[in-house]
Design a protein around this ligand. Structure first.
Ligand SMILES: [Zn+2]
Length: 356
């Protein structure tokens, strides 16, 4: 399997390309971040935007001047902290819950952090029947069980923005910054969410019609579909306006909010993606399809950030990627699927490697 000569990302990742020196387009985009972005100007622009939306909420008599979509993970916890403590906003916190059982730490982060910041919080949880049917159907269609979560996370906040008249949403890290090669969004762009962005990044070609399980109707999928009709929305990414340093942010939320974390299977960092107990299962599914797991992602990021050498990264990849996670047992029990079924559904979607 061909990997980038600078980081360790392989050829089986969606949208990856390599230049003549075998350096991948994610490493290329990362260079742009260092060179082109004037963070001082961006910060000023953000302050102007936030001031305007604060004013607007006063004029329209809305309690909330923005919304923060929230999972309790490190990125949204930092974003919520920044929105309240750094920028002085009054957000409505909105959670689309994937409805998998959370670790005690993740459950605490989800429920207690908004309270600590004195925020109002809406938590939406899908019933188990539809959740399980969607996990199975999405695995069949795309070799990934996470469709309901990916789509709900983007669509439910849009629906609430429309119905509750909260035009400003503040998200955390831009999608381009983390592993994405999703075409049009680059570091120098001020990425924002709208219908087109939702379809490109969240839906990524898998429409609700494609994953609609038997015995369900399109109306059942409404919380995971973009709302019809016109409405005003400015859904910005905080990471487009201030440099996104996850290790620093973890320090801040741990110190200021008591944010909790724990070890996760298949990776050497203990603070990433703890907001989903089945992320290691997703990584395992990814490994079956693409021959790499979470450590490849994380090490690539740390190599780019100058935190480790490529050799060290490859050593970690060989040690940690591609191990069957213990949480698979609980996942299969939750969903009601056998391991054989899970494997055969996933393996239909194997991404082939090049010949040389
Ligand atoms: Zn690379």
């Amino acid at each position: 399997m061909k990997r980038c000569a600078r980081c360790v990302m392989p050829e089986t990742w969606t949208g990856i390309t390599f230049d003549e020196k075998s350096v991948c387009n994610i490493c290329g985009a990362n260079e742009t971040k260092k060179v082109k972005v004037n963070w001082g100007e961006r910060q000023k622009a953000l302050n102007d935007i936030l001031r305007n939306y604060k004013k607007l909420a006063k004029t329209t008599g809305n309690k909330y001047d923005c919304m923060v979509p929230f999972s309790g993970g490190k990125d949204s916890a930092y974003t919520l902290w920044a929105v309240v403590e750094k920028y002085g906003l009054t957000p409505l916190v909105v959670t689309f819950d994937h409805s998998f059982p959370l670790s005690p730490e993740a459950e605490w982060n989800l429920m207690e952090i908004p309270k600590q910041l004195d925020c109002d919080h809406l938590r939406f949880t899908l019933g188990n029947g539809l959740r399980n049917a969607l996990c199975k159907k999405a695995s069949e269609v795309m070799g990934d069980f996470c469709w309901h979560c990916h789509n709900g996370v983007g669509a439910l906040p849009a629906r609430i923005s429309k119905q509750w008249d909260i035009p400003l949403q503040v998200w955390g890290e831009p999608t381009m910054a983390e592993y994405q090669t999703a075409g049009p969004y680059r570091y120098e762009d001020l990425e924002e969410q709208d219908k087109e962005h939702f379809e490109k990044v969240f839906q990524a070609g898998i429409t609700p019609e494609m994953v609609l399980p038997r015995d369900y109707n399109m109306v059942d999928l409404l919380p995971m579909t973009w709302p019809d009709g016109e409405f005003t929305l400015k859904a910005l990414y905080l990471g487009c306006y201030e440099p996104w340093d996850q290790r620093k942010q973890v320090e801040i939320i741990t110190r200021e909010l008591g944010w909790k974390h724990h070890e996760v299977e298949g990776t050497y960092v203990d603070w990433d993606k703890i907001d989903c107990p089945f992320e290691p299962v997703r990584d395992w599914q990814k490994f079956m399809k693409r021959g790499f797991g979470r450590t490849t992602f994380q090490a690539s990021k740390d190599i780019r950030g100058g935190l480790m050498s490529r050799e060290e990264g490859m050593r970690l990849v060989e040690e940690l990627d591609g191990k069957r996670p213990g949480s698979l047992d609980l996942f299969l029990k939750e969903i009601g699927m056998t391991e054989k079924e899970f494997e055969s559904i996933t393996k239909v979607h194997v991404v082939p490697v090049s010949e040389q």
